[in-house]
Every structure is written in structure tokens, then in C-alpha cells.
Ligand binder design. Sequence first.
Ligand code: S3P
Length: 168
Amino acid sequence: MQGHLFLIGFMGAGKTAVSNALSAMTGIPVLDTDEQIRMQEGMEISDIFAQKGEGYFRNLETQLLASLQGQELKIISCGGGMPLRPQNAALMQAAGNVIWLTVSPETVFERLQNDHSRPLLANRRDPAAIAELMEARREAYEAACSCQISTEGKMPEDIAAEIAAVYC
Ligand code: S3P
């Protein structure tokens, strides 16, 4: 494999589940950027957003990406907003391959309607509002990725196998 494997995509696309399945299949360790930031800051992501602001969180994401250069090979499960900064897209592309896991707004709604850990979904409690944010991000995801994989109706293990066949 050439460099890290970055999994990007909207909240609820299944990045964590696919990363874990791919790790089980290949033995490559996973780094979850939200988890890393949570540990580093000793705070929940929603508290970081509420108390320090989204900009502070986005800076942490960029710093984390920059620190990955030259590190042991990893599967990086990225927070959903990671590719929004062109600088982040460039850092990911320089350090490995970027795979966009796509998902429908309806599936995101079904999966996350009872989740309260994602501040950017707090006021987006229906598929139309989710679709609007997804659409606003489409261009950034497209620009950042080297390939996209639909996750609709697939098990994480099947998606992981698709990725492993190409990149591992
Ligand atoms: C975000 C997605 C979240 C987390 C934060 C912001 C986003 O990660 O990083 O709440 O901007 O899409 P997940 O994609 O793992 O839910």
C-alpha cells in the first residue's frame, strides 16, 4: 500500500465501521481523528464546538493531519468535515490515498436521528436538511478524493473488501 488510507465522507457514512473492518482484514491500525482529538483535548467533540468553536476544532484537524506525514502506515477514519479545507485535502493527498464513502441523506437520517454527539446535525433533523449540507460539501469531497465508493445497502466488510482489493 502506498501511504496512509484516508476514509472521508459525510457523518453516518460508516467510516468508523469500514475502517475497523478493513483493519481486521489487513492488520493495518486505525486512527480515528475524532477519537484522537477527543483524547488530546480531554473533551467531547460537541463540547469543543460549544466552548471553543468550530474554527478551533478545524485547526486541530489540520494539525493532526500534518502530524501524520512520515508515520507508520494507518487507516485514517476522518471526521466528516475534514476535506472542507483545501489545505487538509492537500495534506491527505500528499500522505496517501483518499477514499470517499458516499451515503444517502435518508440513510444518514435513519442512522443518526437519535444521535446527539454531532453538533452540525443538531439543527438538521430531517433528510432535506441533511441533503442540503451534503450537497454544500459535495465539491470538497470530490476534490479531495481519489475514488468514491457507495455504501448504500452494503455491509462494512463488503466495502472494506472493495477497498482492500484496490489499495492493499
Ligand atoms: C463533523 C463530523 C464529525 C465530527 C464533528 C464535525 C462534520 O465526525 O468530526 O462533529 O463536520 O461533518 P463524523 O463524520 O465521524 O461523524
